[in-house]
Design a binder for this molecule. Structure first.
Ligand code: IFM
Length: 436
């Protein structure tokens, strides 16, 4: 068992675990929570594998004290969780629901009592259904509602929470939720989904400003990033790779780090971007959250989109079939530094992990985490300012359209009894944390 994984990181490097509200909480009708787009989507036949829903998920809402205990035993420095907007504002606007805020208040207190730093994400895809009924993120007004919601949460938790994340993976929410329809809210607008990118980013800017106004130390967005490679040296494939990179990475990194959109996407956003929007988006980015899972190989295609992804051969794959390429994380981090230079703030890897078979022996996950931590360490040695790393995920959970079929947890969950059982990877990380 390798326990050297956490040696050689700078002092103060944060190691944590990550989860998200709809994926773990359950209790979807308790204490005044309103419906979210994921409740609606998951209850629509045919949308989620096996008809699974997040109604109960890991029952974390009732068992959060057990989960705090697991984190304390594990010895992590920080916990990244998300706040369910429909618990705080059941209709997505107006007065806060005290029952919802009370839950996160208890969670934050429990973390602090155990010496674990809370890192909340304000939006991890569970939009209040009432806002979706008014257009969701296609509607510019949603950005302003998000800013107001952020202010309510910061008013309640800001005395104890210093570091915040606004949005999780806006590219995935736009692409899967609004372009392809494989996630909630299930729209299939293809390129007409582009305004969703800008409205989420504007929401990020407004929320970041509200939280900073209430004394936050650090605010960041979490972007899902992938290093992109062309399938061949042909000009068409090279162009396809540039276009894919613009959609997946630069559409969300350029506005927060430079205050601009990639040129050809800016043309598609004409009439959507209003005066001052870019200034608001660019203003408060003290750090950048990065979720990394794998690189992407693309080639040119003819169809709605000018690219298509092709499999990366010759590397192990996770239970999900995702290629395992730790060097991709090093390439991503050094590439961000090369692209953004001094505009690049400190980075936190806010998610990295893999799905495995159900058993408790998960040497595959240990090797995955070990390899990716080594890649982060090399990137730091090469001059990238990475301040932290969060494993996705503390425990098995509701993996969106895949239901409960993909297990990402350091801790195994029995979804019938909700029993929590640490896997080998949990013990491995525990030893590594102890030996730091
Ligand atoms: O489970 C998701 C998470 O919600 C967002 N990032 C990727 C994870 C694995 O697919």
């Amino acid at each position: 068992m390798s326990v050297g994984s956490l040696s050689g990181f700078p002092d103060g490097f944060v190691v944590g675990v990550s989860t998200a509200s709809y994926q773990i909480e359950g209790a979807v009708r308790e204490d005044g929570r309103g419906p979210s787009i994921w409740d609606t989507f998951a209850h629509t036949p045919g949308r989620v594998l096996n008809g699974d829903t997040g109604d109960d998920a890991c029952d974390h809402y009732h068992r959060y004290a057990d989960d705090l205990g697991l984190m304390a035993e594990l010895g992590v420095d920080a916990y990244r969780f998300s706040i369910a907007w429909p618990r705080v504002q059941p209709e997505g606007s107006g007065e806060p629901n005290p029952g919802g805020l009370d839950f996160y208040d208890r969670l934050v207190d429990g973390l602090i009592e155990r010496g674990i730093t809370p890192l909340p994400t304000l939006f991890h895809w569970d939009l209040p259904q009432a806002l979706e009924d008014q257009g969701g993120w296609l509607n510019r007004e949603t950005a302003f509602r998000f800013g107001e919601y952020a202010a309510l949460v910061a008013d309640r938790l800001g005395d104890r929470v210093r570091r915040w994340i606004t949005l999780n993976e806006p590219i995935v929410h736009m692409a899967q939720g609004y372009a392809f329809g494989t996630h909630a809210p299930g729209r299939q607008l293809m390129l007409d989904a582009l305004p969703v990118a800008h409205h989420q980013l504007l929401g990020h800017g407004l929320a970041a400003r509200a939280i900073k106004d209430r004394g936050a130390g650090e605010v960041m967005i979490t972007n899902n990033c992938t290093p992109v490679e062309a399938a061949s040296s042909s000009e068409e494939d090279q162009i396809a790779a540039v276009v894919y990179d613009a959609f997946h990475n630069r559409l969300f990194n350029d506005p927060v780090l430079k205050g601009t959109y990639p040129e050809f996407l800016a043309a598609g956003l004409e009439g959507i971007v209003q005066a001052d929007d870019m200034t608001i988006i660019r203003a408060n980015n003290d750090a950048l959250g990065i979720n990394y899972y794998n690189p992407t190989r693309v080639r040119a295609a003819e169809g709605d989109l000018p690219f298509e992804t092709v499999p990366i051969e010759g590397v192990p794959t996770t239970a999900f079939g995702w290629p395992v390429v730790p060097d991709g994380l090093h390439a991503l981090l050094t590439g961000l530094k090369a692209t953004y230079g001094d505009d690049l703030p400190p980075i936190y890897i806010t998610e990295n992990g893999c799905s495995t078979a159900e058993g408790l022996d998960d040497q595959f996950r240990i090797d995955y985490l070990d390899g990716h931590l080594a890649a982060v360490r090399r990137a730091i040695t090469d001059g990238v300012d990475v301040r932290g790393y969060f494993v996705w995920s503390l425990m098995d959970n509701f993996e969106w359209a895949e239901g409960y079929s993909q297990r990402f947890g350091l801790v195994h969950i029995d979804f019938k009894t909700f029993a929590r059982t640490p896997r080998d990877s949990y013990r491995w990380l525990q030893s590594a944390l102890r030996d730091r």
